[in-house]
Design a protein around this ligand. Sequence first.
Ligand SMILES: NC(=O)c1ccc[n+]([C@@H]2O[C@H](COP(=O)([O-])OP(=O)(O)OC[C@H]3O[C@@H](n4cnc5c(N)ncnc54)[C@H](OP(=O)(O)O)[C@@H]3O)[C@@H](O)[C@H]2O)c1
Length: 243
Amino acid sequence: MSGIEGKVVAVTGAGSGIGEATALLLAERGAKVVLGARRTERLEALAARIERAGGHAAWIRTDVTRRADLSGLVGLARERYGRLDVLVSNAGVGLISPLDELRVEDWEEMIDVNLKGVLYGIAAALPVFREQGSGHFVNTVSTAGLRVVPLQSVYAGTKNAVRTISEGLRQEAGDGLRVTVVSPGAVRTDFTDRMDPQARARIDRMMETALSPDAVARAIAFAVEQPDGVDVGDIVVRPTAQA
Ligand SMILES: NC(=O)c1ccc[n+]([C@@H]2O[C@H](COP(=O)([O-])OP(=O)(O)OC[C@H]3O[C@@H](n4cnc5c(N)ncnc54)[C@H](OP(=O)(O)O)[C@@H]3O)[C@@H](O)[C@H]2O)c1
């Protein structure tokens, strides 16, 4: 199967920002999308919007820190649409702060969501992809891992852990499975809402030239639409003005 039309694509963190833009774009191009996040009212509204536009969408409450929820997301794709072609592991939190502040709970949340959440997605989807003989993992990482700056070390660490695991997965995957990591630079989303004021002040300056989430969605669509034998491994999408 190549192109986007007819593919079954599950997206985590689908209720806002990059996940929402990705679900909308892929559904517009004919994918059947399966939406996961914790805020179900957002998922319900997004699914209704996609269906009204003539697309196909299902949703299920998914907390990526719970392994069973990822099984539920993958299970819904199979139950509703018979298969899963792409898992976009996009849910993420950026609770950035100076290490001296010892915000250990924030570190743990970033590890749980950004790293373990992706691993739970792999655990849920890999056996299904093996059974099908095909499948595509798309993992949202970050330019924070490519250019490490103060306040972002734990966040960048989680993203680079996913980058490393994705490359290992790609090498183990064989010729049926594809693995893509997408590294967005600054993107205008709700991502900074939970940051502390000091961190937010720094990030807000970057956000002045931030991309629309659609730019990242188009990059993901590019990877998904390639023919089966073409694995787009690594995409960096940042604002032209970003250092
Ligand atoms: N914005 C940027 O500048 C930027 C740059 C580089 C990379 N990224 C990455 O892009 C991805 C998407 O972020 P965004 O910018 O689109 O921000 P966003 O609008 O805040 O989206 C993040 C999504 O993750 C979901 N989420 C958080 N914790 C979750 C959990 N435990 N289980 C399931 N879903 C969870 C949230 O939904 P619920 O709260 O409803 O669960 C939310 O929809 C993240 O991985 C982020 O690290 C963003």
